[in-house]
Design a protein around this ligand. Structure first.
Ligand code: GUN
Ligand code: ZN
Length: 435
C-alpha cells in the first residue's frame, strides 16, 4: 500500500465544544495535510511540516479548497430496511407491522442479504459514513452478510443479529435459545475479525419475551465488553404496550435495567419521552441515548430533547444516527439539519460545532471507540471524509458570501448531502471514487 499525503483544510475535534466560540475544542488547519500509511494517520498538521516528514514516493492528493474531516459515524440504523425507506404509515407500530417486519423476512435468504449488504456499504461510503452501528435481521445469514462485506471493505462496523421471539410474523421469530446460540455463533465468527464489533441486539422489549430478555442478560454478563443495542421510549403507544407487557417494571427503562442491559456500552435508539427518573438512570449507568431526527419526524414519534438531556445535572450521553429505514436519509449532514430543526421547535439552539462534534468525535465517544476513530489525530485509523461546501450551484452561490468556518459548516449541514462528499477514505483507501 503506497503512503498518501492528503492536502486540504483539516477540521477535527479534540473535545466537546462548550459554545460556538470555543475555538480550543477543535483543530482547524487552513493549509493542512495528513500522511496515511498502513491504514493509519501517520502524521497530521501543517502541510509544510507533514510534507517534510513524508517518505520518498509518497502519493500526494490535493483536496484544496475542500475540508478534510474524520469520517462520519452513524450510531443506529437497520441494514435490512434499505427497501423500507419512504413507506407511508401513520406511526411506528403500523410502520413496523405493515412494511418493516414483512421486508425483514426476506433476509432468511443469504443471496438477498448479500445483495443488500453491497448496496448498504455503497450508500454509507457515498454519504461519507465510515463507521456505522446496524441492526441486522433475526436471521444469522443477515449478520454473516453484513460482517463479511464490512471485512471486504476494511470498515470499522458494529452490528448484531436481532433477537426477537414474539409479536412479529413467524418468519421473523427466533426463540430464547436460538437467539442466545446464534448470537454466540456470530460473536465467535465475526467479533474482532477485521474491524468488526458484534453487538448484543434484543430488538426491543415488545418483541422479546422475559425468557429472551434473560438470554440477552446472560450474553451481557458473558461478554461484558460488547456493545448492546435496543430501542427505548420512541412512541407513546409503544411505551404503553411495553409497560403492559412488563407490569413489574416501574417504567420502560427499568425493564432493561432489570435484565442488566443498562451499561456504558448500551446504545438506546430514540429515548424521546424519558421521565426524569429514566434520564437519571441512563446517566448513572452511562448509557447512550441515540437521537434519530429524520426518523422521529418521519414517523411522527416526537421531538428529542437533545440540549435538555445534555445540560442536566446528571447529563445523558448522546449519539446521533440516521435510523434507516424509519429515517429518510443516509446522510449525516441531512440528519443534523433535521436535528437542528427539532431543537428550534423546542426553543433550543444546536450550533454547527455541536453538530459536527456529534457526527464525529461525539459518536466515537458514544461507542467508546474514540481512541481509534472520530478524529484526525496521529496514530488513529485513516477513516476520512472530504467535504465540498460549494457542491451545487445554489451552495456555490451561498459560499460566495460565507466568511467563517462556522458559516461554511452550517451551509454544508443545511444544504449538503452526498453531492458534498468529494471522497471517503476507509483505512487510507479512497472508496467513493471506486464506486
Ligand atoms: N423499534 C423496534 N424496531 C424498530 C425499528 O426497526 N425501527 C424503529 N424506528 N423503531 C423500532
Ligand atoms: Zn431502530
Amino acid at each position: 500500500m503506497t503512503v498518501k499525503l492528503l492536502r486540504g483544510r483539516l477540521f477535527s475535534f479534540k473535545r466537546a465544544p462548550q459554545s460556538l466560540t470555543d475555538t480550543d475544542s477543535y483543530l482547524y488547519e487552513t493549509d493542512g495535510a495528513l500522511l496515511l500509511d498502513g491504514g493509519k494517520i501517520a502524521a497530521s498538521g501543517r502541510y509544510a511540516d507533514v510534507k517534510a516528514s513524508a517518505p520518498e514516493g509518497t502519493e500526494e492528493i490535493d483536496h484544496r479548497p475542500h475540508l478534510i474531516m474524520p469520517g462520519f459515524i452513524d450510531t443506529h440504523l437497520h441494514f435490512p430496511q434499505m427497501q423500507v425507506i419512504a413507506s407511508y404509515a401513520a406511526n411506528l407500530l403500523e410502520w413496523l407491522n405493515t412494511y418493516t417486519f414483512p421486508e425483514e423476512c426476506r433476509f432468511v435468504e443469504s443471496a438477498h442479504a448479500q445483495k443488500i449488504a453491497t448496496h448498504f456499504y455503497d450508500e454509507l461510503i457515498r454519504h461519507g459514513t465510515t463507521t456505522a452501528v446496524a441492526y441486522c435481521s433475526v436471521h444469522k445469514t443477515s449478520a454473516d452478510a453484513y460482517f463479511a462485506e464490512a471485512m471486504r471493505r476494511n470498515m470499522c462496523m458494529v452490528g448484531g443479529k436481532v433477537m426477537m421471539d414474539r409479536n412479529a410474523p413467524q418468519g421473523l421469530l427466533d426463540t430464547p435459545e436460538m437467539g442466545y446460540d446464534e448470537t454466540r455463533a456470530v460473536i465467535a465468527e465475526w467479533h474482532g475479525k477485521g474491524r468488526n464489533h458484534v453487538a448484543i441486539t434484543p430488538r426491543f422489549a415488545i418483541t422479546s419475551t422475559p425468557a429472551q430478555m434473560e438470554a440477552a442478560a446472560t450474553l451481557a454478563r458473558e461478554f461484558p465488553d460488547l456493545h448492546i443495542q435496543t430501542h427505548l421510549s420512541e412512541n407513546h403507544d409503544e411505551i404503553r404496550y411495553t409497560c403492559e407487557l412488563y407490569p413489574e417494571a416501574v417504567d420502560y427503562t427499568d425493564i432493561y435495567a432489570r435484565y442488566g442491559l443498562l451499561g456504558k456500552k448500551t446504545l438506546f435508539g430514540h429515548c424521546i419521552h424519558l421521565s426524569d427518573r429514566e434520564a437519571d438512570a441512563m446517566s448513572e449507568a452511562g448509557s447512550v441515548a441515540v437521537h434519530c431526527p429524520t426518523s422521529n419526524l418521519f414517523l411522527g414519534s416526537g421531538l428529542f430533547p437533545l440540549k435538555a438531556l445534555s445540560r442536566r445535572e446528571k447529563p445523558v450521553r448522546i449519539g446521533v444516527a440516521t435510523d434507516i429505514g424509519g429515517g429518510s436519509s443516509y446522510s449525516m449532514l441531512r440528519t443534523m439539519d433535521e436535528a437542528y430543526k427539532i431543537q428550534q421547535l423546542l426553543g433550543e439552539r444546536l450550533n454547527p460545532l455541536d453538530s459536527y462534534y456529534h457526527m464525529t468525535l461525539g459518536n466515537a465517544e458514544a461507542l467508546s471507540l474514540a481512541d481509534s476513530i472520530g478524529t484526525l489525530e496521529t496514530g488513529t485509523d485513516a477513516d476520512i471524509v472530504v467535504l465540498n461546501a460549494a457542491a451545487t450551484p445554489a451552495m456555490a452561490l451561498k459560499m460566495d458570501v460565507v466568511k467563517t468556518l462556522a458559516e461554511e459548516l452550517f451551509l454544508l449541514q443545511t444544504m449538503g448531502d452526498d453531492r458534498s462528499i468529494v471522497e471517503t477514505y476507509v483505512a487510507g483507501n479512497a472508496m467513493k471514487a471506486a464506486l
